[in-house]
Design a protein around this ligand. Sequence first.
Ligand code: HSE
Length: 440
Amino acid sequence: MTDGLKIGLAGVGTVGSGLLRLLKARKDTLTARAGRPIEIVAVSAQNRLKNRDADISGLRFVPDPVALAKDPDIDVFVELIGGERGVAKQAVEAALSSGKHVVTANKALLAHHGPSLAALAEKNGVALNFEAAVAGGIPVVKVIRESLQGNDISRVYGILNGTCNYILTLMEQEGRSFADVLKEAQAQGYAEADPTFDIGGFDTAHKLALLTSLAFGTRASFESVYVEGIETITPADIEAAGDLGYRIKLLGVALRTESGIEQRVHPTMVPKDTAIAEVDGVQNCVAIDGDFVGDVMLIGPGAGGGPTASAVTSDLIDIARGLILPPFGTKAKNLKPYKKAQMRAHEGGYYIRLSVYDRTGAFAAIAGRMAEQRISIESIVQRRPRAELPGFKRRHEGTPAAVVMITHQTTEAAIRKALAGIERDGNVDAKPQMIRIEKL
Ligand code: HSE
């Protein structure tokens, strides 16, 4: 029997505990599949004695993760600490510099420092694997890095955050407000106590930056991602979207255009009869449009101890088998600079909801602002005022009514100018709502 692959595990939370359980439960099968045993020989955690789903009492404990990363008795450093800087970054750099392979679930670290860490891994001839960093249990990193290498990819997009998808699903199914459902998601442990990263779209943006690098062979550029979260979505939007044949999902989209690559995260209208519209609750989904393969879609669990441990294990098996690939599919020095497409050049259809004073000429003024920008309207509906909907206060000029429009293809620049004009004209009593429609 060849020597075992010796692992130092830093971070024993939900995912770390899942990994300990998986490696124990599948010990013999994994040895057979990898050709050698895979064993955790030392761990590092903030609290050694914390109650957890896995027993670490028999393992060597190293309080300092950076010391564990350099430990002469380990071959692989598994980083499940999280965070773009601080100890996670120091430990990963220490491990790579000491010639240890690294497996990590840390999307923030890689979205910010991916190219330099990949270069460090390649310089030291070691792996930097991160299947668990994007969409949890969905094996999308390997699919793009290995299985789809024969393709030119034109777009990669998906539902990359389970918390947001859970909130939007419940808002639709139960007609409840964003704040109400968020509270429940926090109580159930889906959303963090500080949910800003999830609901603000930043977690999705980290994952998207990694998918963009893998799909287009460019240096990861998190700073260039256009980000909008789901905080402004109301039950009125979800109901109107449903009436028009759409669902609202938080999508991350990376798209090759003539002027560069668009990277955007925002609430998006998707037609109800598409597969992505059916992805409900905490599930994730990633779609890849390739030229030879066509459109590929992967759906599955995007978080949680079991699915994420499954992804970490696949990375460990690759290392045990001796499969060491450039982290982003292309050697770090050959990754192209990321060329950003300007968001104002984005083209697509738009959903607009306005809260319009019910008075003569209001509609004509709105239509005029749209026409000025050469925006063609596909459909327009004035919905009866409903006192119970937020933002529908009685005013001396009459009760505002919700006007919902769907536009034909136009540009982001045009729609923003039109909406600014509509706000200036004073016929609306709240900031217009605008949701992009994705062509699927
Ligand atoms: N918080 C993420 C989600 C999982 O809700 O999908 C980890 O990235």
